[in-house]
Design a protein around this ligand. Structure first.
Ligand code: ADP
Ligand code: MG
Length: 390
C-alpha cells in the first residue's frame, strides 16, 4: 500500500527525520493563508498523487508570493497530472502540499528496499539525487551504492558512515546523514515497509540535510498490526476494480491485455497468464478466487473482470482441491444468466466434483466453450478473440 508524500513526511517528523515545514491543502482550503502562516518568502506547491516524476510533469511549482501560492494551488487541484509514472491518462490531483521552499545546494538519493536476492533490507544511496534511481543505475551502475542490513543487528553506524562517505556526504554532513539513515531504517522496520525513498535528500542552507521528497510503501499483509498506516489509505489512488474485488475476498490485479482470467490459486493464476501469453494472447488481469469459492464469489469475479471494457474473452481455469467444481459451475451459470455476458467464455474445470460441475454446466443450456487442459483453454480463448474481431 502506498501513501502520499505529505503523509510520509508526517511520519518522518515522528522519527525526527528533517523535512521542510509544510501543510496539505484540499480543494476548499486556502493555500494563501497556509503559506502566510508558515512564514518565508517562497513556497513550493506540490501535487499529491501516488506517482513520482511530478516535477517533470509540472506538478511541483515555486510560488514567490502568498497570492501566487493560491493561484498555483487552484491550478493544480482538479487537474489531471501526467508524469512519466502515471501513464497517458494521468491522475486527478485532489490536494497539494504547500511547503517552505529550500535553497538547494546539492541533491542526493537515499532509499531502503527489500532486496529479494539477499533477502535483506538494503540501503541504497547515490550522489545523483533528484533523478530516477533506475535511470541512474542504468547509465552508471557505479553511481549507486548498496549496503545490505543484517536483520539480527540492524543498520550499524559504520555501514551508514561507509555509504555516506562513498556518495560524498562528508565533514559536517556525515553525522547528519548517519542519523537520517538510522531513523529511516527504524521507521521502515517499525511499520513493515517495503520501500522508503528520499529523493532528493538535499543539502540546504546552513549545511543542513533535509528530506525534500518522501515516499513509502507498506506490506499489505502486515497492515493489520498498523492501524495508523491503514488509516492513510487513499482509495481514490487505487484501481476501483481492485478495491471492489478485495471487498469480495478476491485477489484481482488489473493488467492491460484483453483475455479476462478467473482462476483459483495465485500460482495457477500466474501459470494461466503465462500460457495465454505463450499462445499469443495478453491477459487483462490476474485474479485468484481463493479456496472454497462460493457460486456468489465466482459470479462476482465475472462481474469485476467484465468491468474492464478491454476484455474480449473470459478464460476460467479451476483446478479444484479445496474448491468444488459444482459450486464453481453454479457460479458460472448464475453469472452467464444474470449478467448478459456478451464475450465468449472458455471453461476448464478439473478436480473435486468435476463430473457434477460438468453436469450442471451442460444441463444449463448456456453457451460456453469447453476445454480439457490449460493449453487447450488458452488456445481456444485466443482463437475466440480472433473470431470476435474478424
Ligand atoms: P518528484 O520526485 O515527484 O518529481 P519532488 O518532491 O522530488 O517530486 O520534487 C521535484 C524537485 O523539486 C526536487 O528534486 C527538488 O529539486 C524540488 N523541490 C521539491 N521540494 C522542494 C522544496 N521544499 N524546496 C525547494 N525545492 C524543492
Ligand atoms: Mg522526488
Amino acid at each position: 500500500m502506498n501513501i502520499h508524500e505529505y503523509q510520509t513526511k508526517e511520519l518522518f517528523r515522528h522519527y525526527d527525520i528533517p523535512v521542510p515545514e509544510g501543510r496539505v491543502v484540499h480543494a476548499d482550503a486556502a493555500a494563501a493563508a497556509v503559506a502566510e502562516e508558515m512564514n518565508g518568502e517562497r513556497w513550493v506547491i506540490k501535487a499529491q498523487i501516488h506517482a513520482g516524476g511530478r516535477g517533470k510533469g509540472g506538478g511541483v511549482k515555486i510560488a514567490e508570493s502568498v497570492e501566487q501560492a493560491q493561484e498555483l494551488a487552484d491550478e493544480l487541484i482538479g487537474m489531471r497530472l501526467v508524469t512519466p509514472q502515471t501513464g497517458p491518462e494521468g491522475r486527478l490531483v485532489q490536494r497539494v502540499l504547500v511547503e517552505q521552499a529550500q535553497e538547494i545546494r546539492q541533491e542526493y538519493y537515499l532509499g531502503l528496499v527489500i532486496d529479494r536476492n539477499s533477502q535483506r533490507i538494503t540501503l541504497i544511496a547515490s550522489a545523483s539525487g533528484g533523478m530516477e534511481i533506475e535511470e541512474v543505475a542504468r547509465r552508471d551502475p557505479n553511481a549507486v551504492v548498496r549496503e545490505a542490513v543484517d536483520p539480527a543487528v540492524g543498520l550499524l553506524d559504520f555501514q551508514c558512515r561507509k555509504v555516506a562517505s562513498r556518495i560524498g556526504l562528508t565533514g559536517k554532513l556525515m553525522p547528519q546523514a548517519v542519523k537520517i539513515m538510522k531513523r529511516l531504517y527504524r521507521c521502515f522496520r517499525d511499520k513493515d515497509a517495503l520501500l522508503a525513498e528520499v529523493n532528493p535528500l538535499a543539502v540546504v542552507a546552513d549545511d543542513r540535510l533535509m528530506a525534500l521528497d518522501a515516499k513509502m510503501s507498506f506490506d499489505s499483509n502486515a497492515l493489520f498490526r498498523h492501524p495508523d498506516i491503514t488509516d492513510l489509505r487513499d482509495f481514490d489512488e487505487e484501481d476501483a476494480k481492485e478495491v471492489e474485488a478485495s471487498g469480495h475476498g478476491l485477489n484481482y490485479i488489473a493488467l492491460d491485455g484483453d483475455v479476462g482470467c478467473i482462476v483459483n490459486g495465485a500460482g495457477l493464476a500466474m501459470a494461466t497468464m503465462d500460457v495465454i501469453t505463450l499462445c499469443g494472447g495478453r491477459p487483462a488481469n490476474f485474479l485468484d478466487v481463493g479456496g472454497g469459492a462460493s457460486p456468489e464469489k465466482i459470479a462476482n469475479a465475472f462481474r469485476i473482470v467484465l468491468e474492464d471494457p478491454n476484455v474480449k474473452v473470459i478464460l476460467l481455469n479451476i483446478f479444484a482441491g479445496i474448491n468444488r467444481c459444482d459450486w464453481v459451475a453454479e457460479g458460472i451459470v448464475q453469472a452467464i444468466r444474470d449478467q448478459h455476458i456478451e464475450v465468449p467464455v472458455v471453461v476448464r474445470l478439473a478436480g473435486t466434483n468435476v463430473e457434477e460441475g460438468r453436469r450442471i454446466l451442460e444441463g444449463s443450456g448456456l453457451d460456453y466453450i469447453k476445454a480439457e487442459r490449460l493449453d487447450d483453454a488458452a488456445q481456444k480463448a485466443v482463437a475466440a478473440i480472433g473470431e470476435v474481431s474478424a
